[in-house]
Design a protein around this ligand. Sequence first.
Ligand SMILES: Cc1ncc(COP(=O)(O)O)c(C=O)c1O
Length: 388
Amino acid sequence: MLRSKFPDVGTTIFTVMSRLAQKHQAINLGQGFPDFDPDPALCHLVSKAMAEGHNQYPDMTGVSPLRQAIVRKVQSLYDRAYDPDTEITVTAGATEALMAAVLAVVGTGDEVVVIEPCYDSYLPAIRLAGGVPVTVPMQAPTAQDPGFRVDWQRVREAITPRTRLIMMNFPHNPTGIILQDSDLDALERIVQETGVLLLSDEPYEHIVFDGQPHRSLATRAVLAEHAFVISSFGKTFHTTGWKVGYCCAPQALTAEFRKIHQFMVFTVSSPMQFALADYLQDPKPYLSLSSFYQAKRDRLAAGLANSRFKVLPNPGTFFLLADYSDISEQSEADFSRWLTVEHGVTVIPVSAFYREPDAPQSNHQLVRFCFAKKDATLDAAISKLQAV
Ligand SMILES: Cc1ncc(COP(=O)(O)O)c(C=O)c1O
């Protein structure tokens, strides 16, 4: 008799909204991926790696040139020297790294603190490990304070002797918020008091605006010593379909992480790894990503300024939140469907990133726009949105 591990899990909101977009031929600013191609030079490096014979199982931990390139990037940006042999693992995207890290350290009955709203794979990963998710909601925006904020006092209060891990993601999907020094200070105090482990999901590390730095958990020794720092090349090089990511963690954590990784996927596509290793020799593509996306953010925000949507501050990621309270009183999910069907633009309800999407406390009349799109796509969406 089949017994589902996830009887309550259905199709994700991203798939549901993308299908609705297709059915109504709406412009899809929902799911978070670019509608443009990666650098042809990077694609050429994949072909070159294949022609050079990199087509069989690579090293379980990731090919050595890529692990070394990751170490150099992390060292130059965050001033932390990870060991490429014992502290870096190349993974099948950030998603696999998240699952492997959770399965590595969370056991039956262990509690995991998750800051909400959160990416949709976190809670299933915890449940699969037998753990208990403890969600701590961010402070929602108000008229006086229009951004989301983490209340570290509430995070601290959520920690019990059963807590194994805190999961976090900055720059944050869906809210776009980034970490400040004061956030790292607060987190450092929590780690020093409790010894809790950390999982920091940082796939938007290179998309931070207005001259601000990305404050990786790798920048602080106390945090790095307790953390799985996870990233991905999908968002950085416009290659979300390649599914290559990585995890940086101290040796003892990496050893446990790799025990899971080797039986989940064993290893990751070889030609992509060699190509990425080559491509990373030039830092310009990832260092220029923020200005590339800042122009798109400004384009969408300027367009929405002439609409009834009210844009929230967006310091990072390629997502912009907008308040639709001047347009409708519908729930976020109903409004998102209505916008697709009636106005031909698809967005994602922010409530979808909460454990209880239909609860009033998960609905703030906000929707998420993805602006990783060609300017022509954004302009077409803007003119439809201005007519709402
Ligand atoms: C916060 C966050 N974590 C992880 C991922 C997954 O990354 P990958 O495609 O590398 O598995 C995403 C993708 O949207 C994300 O937004």
